[in-house]
Design a binder for this molecule. Structure first.
Ligand code: PEP
Ligand code: MG
Length: 754
């Protein structure tokens, strides 16, 4: 059963559109369950009715015609109850309704299951049979499992349908929900980032120059043929003649007269080479997969492998030629930090990632760069969006396709208002951040890219509270040498001197894998991450610390910070290594004392041991992004649980408050470098808790400054007292919004187009 299920889902996944997907479902489910009827009814959002969209066994001319309201008939009952209905004789059930002309009369047994996606009922999947019998438990379980798996595919295909209709007719606006990644609005043109060579994720595009595409395809094909011949040659006598024959089969699949001809003819019709290749290959793969004989089924794997190789060469050639439109919105299945490095900054206006959430590192970088971003847009048919005009609403985490003119106008207004606000805030650049009653709050920035430096200085940063050293590591093909690192760190330190720069030692693992140092784990956020990796590889840690200390010479503005510390032993060990590096460098003639060393509080264990940690270091800095993830047990990278990730959860606020108290008790300065520091209302609470420094992304800095200039410490403490008594994050949010409004800062409540 499992195998059948997997095959059906796989096949549906390769469907060319919603109708194709539904056809596959009804045909394959009817065959797999041996029933006489299988039908799918889908909810039509404008009428609220469940419409028959595909059937095997009932009258085809009723497809698109027969429909029921929620609660009406057995289909409506399934939808209404959101659970399966399994009946021996459907016609005796009080909800039964005979639909004229559908041809249901001969069928008595009925099993209907709801199709539910993200809590919404999308439709109902039904099987029927003439024999009067109850479907047994295993059949019911099969249909329920299948429906749960197909729900996402159907939701995806529905949006895809809207995109295609829009492209063809100019109609069909669609709004896709994701989660906010970086605030702001963008209107621009989609450029799809290919996720490596994946035949199933090739963006659809028209060929700009058919002759060139044809040539590119022939070149790529030639290269793969050459590679295969080379492999066969290298293996030489190790292979039997039969094995060699297999290579001949591969070469014949790639032959110009078979596969090559089909791809070329699609290119001549106007498709670009990658799209044509993917269509032809998927068709062939499906063909082999459907074959009865297991030997032939296995050939599907070979065909896929060959197609993928050709695709990789095509992508390589395309990459070199890429020209980005002026207002590019990068769209990809899983954008990562390095995706941002490839496009000129002035052309990039927005980002959309199908996977990941607002706390993924790519989103944090996007915030630092001020690029509106939507993450976790799981239903976005991203591969079909190339060249589409899109609107990104980074405040609410939504993407608008083919928007109505009225909607577009509203977004243009928001864009203009945002620009005006930024200009307004520019005047604050050189003003210190002092509350109405005279409390000074240093505002620092988080950096990673070199581009952040200018931006941070423009925004009036007084220091760097977190330099994510892994970012330059992520953008390379191999570990930088000690000397390369020294130069990178030197330029950071120089750019900000005499302001302090807090460099965090390498924090890889979790969602930050170096391409040249892969870490594959089932539970990466609870695994080999941050200090755990570098203590296991002292050579990496020592080289990094030495590079930092050398870069500091003469500037003396370096601070070193340790990530992901979860026990005192790790801290002691890391401090030993730092002292040793410093000692050795001094022996070699370096001047200057040890830079201040601090530790991040970003796992719950560190909250409870904050005093023990504080005693051993020069400063503490709370990493509220990870602390929130670990306290609430919510993967910061998972869009499915993004609505549970509350940085203002009462438990998080309590932890932040306790850490501040612990640091005070030990007389050690306490800072914060998580995203909460960049939230104007969050900053007011941190002021009240007694945080000594707030470090945030450069884009947020002027807003936070404006907020703190508008408050008094005593009223911030009253506010903190109030919210600490609340049980729900939602209530805390509402109270903070109220506070901002009372202080004339409603423009910082960012929900302009709910
Ligand atoms: C944090 O966890 O809050 C933090 C600042 O570190 P990062 O976001 O890089 O994990
Ligand atoms: Mg962290």
């Amino acid at each position: 059963m499992l195998e059948t299920l997997r095959h059906i889902v796989q096949e549906v996944n390769t469907a060319s559109g919603l109708n194709d997907a539904l056809q596959i479902i009804v045909r394959r489910v009817r065959d797999a369950m041996g029933t006489q009827v299988c039908s799918v009814y889908l909810l039509e959002s404008n009428t609220g009715r469940y419409v028959l969209r595909a059937t095997q066994g009932l009258n085809q001319d009723q497809v698109g015609v027969a429909s029921l309201n929620a609660g009406d008939g057995l289909v409506g009952l399934v939808a209404d109850r959101e659970e399966p209905v399994n009946l021996e004789s459907a016609e005796y059930h009080p909800s039964f309704q005979l639909l004229e002309g559908l041809g249901e009369e001969p069928f008595h047994a009925f099993l209907g299951v709801p199709i539910i996606h993200q809590r919404d009922v999308l439709g109902v999947l039904v099987v029927q049979q003439a024999e009067r019998r109850r479907f047994d438990e295993s059949e019911e379980a099969f249909l329920v499992t299948l429906s749960a798996q197909l729900a996402g595919v159907i939701a995806h295909a529905q949006v895809t349908g809207a995109v295609e209709m829009g492209a063809l007719t100019g109609a069909g606006p669609a709004k896709i929900s994701g989660v906010p990644g970086a605030p702001g609005v963008a209107i621009g043109t989609a450029v799809v980032v290919s996720p490596g060579a994946d035949l199933y994720a090739v963006p659809q595009r028209q060929a700009q120059d058919r002759r060139k595409e044809l040539q590119a395809f022939r070149d790529a094909l030639g290269k793969v043929q050459r590679d295969i011949k080379q492999v066969a040659h290298n293996l030489g006598t190790q292979l039997s003649p039969e094995d060699h024959a297999l290579f001949d089969v591969y070469l014949s699949i790639l032959d110009d007269s078979t596969l090559g001809r089909e791809v070329a003819s699609l290119i001549r019709e106007g498709e670009w080479a990658q799209g044509a290749l993917s269509r032809v290959m998927i068709e062939h793969i499906r063909h082999f997969e459907r074959m009865e004989h297991s030997y032939l089924q296995e050939r599907a794997v070979d065909v896929k492998d060959l197609g993928t190789r050709v695709l990789a060469y095509l992508q390589e050639a395309d990459h070199e030629e890429r020209v980005y439109p002026d207002k590019t919105i990068l769209v990809g299945e899983e954008l990562v930090a390095s995706s941002l490095g490839e496009i000129p900054r002035e052309k990039l206006v927005g980002l959309i990632s199908v996977r990941g959430s607002g706390n993924s590192h790519v989103a944090i970088l996007a915030r630092a760069m001020g690029v509106p971003t939507v993450m976790g847009a799981v239903d976005l048919p991203y591969a079909r969006l190339e060249d589409h005009e899109l609107i990104i609403d980074g405040y609410n985490g939504t993407v608008h396709l083919n928007p109505e003119p009225e909607v577009k106008r509203r977004f243009e207004e928001i864009l203009a208002a945002d620009d005006a606000l930024s200009k307004d805030l520019e005047s604050l650049r050189d003003e210190p951040c002092i509350t109405i009653d005279g409390k000074r709050m240093p505002l620092w920035v988080n950096t990673g890219l070199m581009a952040d430096v200018t931006r941070s200085l423009e925004q009036g940063a007084e220091g760097v509270g977190l330099y994510r050293t892994e970012v330059p590591f992520l953008l390379r093909d191999g570990f930088p040498t000690e000397e390369e690192q020294r130069q990178i760190y030197r330029s950071q330190l120089e750019a900000f001197a005499p302001r302090p720069v807090t460099m965090r030692t390498l924090d890889i693992g979790g969602d930050k894998a170096l391409p040249y140092f892969p870490i594959e784990e089932d539970n990466p956020f609870l695994g080999w991450r941050g200090i755990r990796v570098t203590l296991d590889h002292p050579e990496i840690f020592l080289a990094q610390v030495r590079a930092m200390i050398k870069a500091n010479e003469g500037l003396w503005n370096l601070r070193i910070m340790l990530p992901m510390v979860s026990n005192v032993a790790e801290l002691v060990e890391a401090l030993d290594l730092i002292h040793r590096s410093h000692r050795e460098l001094v022996q070699d003639g370096l001047q200057g004392r040890l830079p201040p060393v601090g530790v991040m509080v970003e796992v719950p264990a560190a909250v409870y041991q904050a005093r023990s940690l504080a005693r051993r270091v020069d400063f503490l800095s709370v990493g509220s992004n990870d602390l929130t993830q670990y306290l609430l047990a919510v993967d910061r990278n998972n869009a499915r649980v993004a609505d549970l990730y509350h940085s203002l959860h009462p438990a998080v606020l309590r932890a932040l408050n306790e850490v501040a108290e612990a640091a005070r008790a030990e007389g050690v300065p306490i800072g914060i470098c998580g995203e909460l520091a960049g939230d104007p209302a969050g900053a007011v609470l941190l002021l009240a808790m007694g945080y000594d420094v707030l470090s945030m992304n450069a884009t947020s800095l002027p807003r936070v400054k404006k907020a703190l200039l508008n408050v008094r410490v005593d009223e911030s403490r009253d506010l903190l007292g109030e919210v600490m008594g609340m049980d729900h994050a939602g209530d805390i949010h509402a109270r903070l919004d109220g506070f901002l409004t009372e202080h004339g800062m409603e423009k910082f409540i960012h929900n302009p187009v709910a």
